[in-house]
Design a protein around this ligand. Structure first.
Ligand code: SF4
Length: 119
């Protein structure tokens, strides 16, 4: 079997896309076990399907690997890091953006904690 051949049904630019996205031009092996295999991509990109996408991710056996790879991929690309879209690895775009850009601690927090006898 020729493993360099695109899966049937993929368009002409598949190999170029894979080379651009993945080291060695091959998707990671964990994708073979993804719960979203064969699912319409619109399930993960359209807001009205977000609940269904999150349901699929919640039962996915490769959730951790998918999420880690996505966050690492976005981290290296400013446009994707700044405006991540769709549900990937069980997280919406805004949820992933919050990981890339965690909110600064509130200046009031130390005072509040101090008043509670914590700090
Ligand atoms: S975690 Fe979600 S997006 Fe990632 S492979 Fe699984 S079902 Fe697909």
């Amino acid at each position: 079997m020729n493993t360099d051949a695109p899966p049937s049904g993929y368009h002409f630019g598949y190999k170029t896309l894979m080379l651009a996205l993945f080291p060695g031009g091959r998707p990671p092996q964990w994708r073979d076990q993804a719960a979203c295999r064969g699912t319409d991509p619109e399930t993960f990109t359209l807001v009205q399907h977000m609940g269904r996408a999150k349901e699929l991710c919640s039962i996915c056996p490769v959730l951790a690997a998918c999420r880690a790879d996505q966050l690492a991929w976005e981290q290296g690309r400013a446009p994707s890091r700044d405006r991540p879209i769709g549900v990937v690895g069980g997280m919406t775009g805004p949820e992933r953006r919050a990981v890339h850009y965690p909110p600064a601690p509130s200046p009031a927090a130390p005072a509040v904690l101090s008043g509670m006898g914590v700090a």
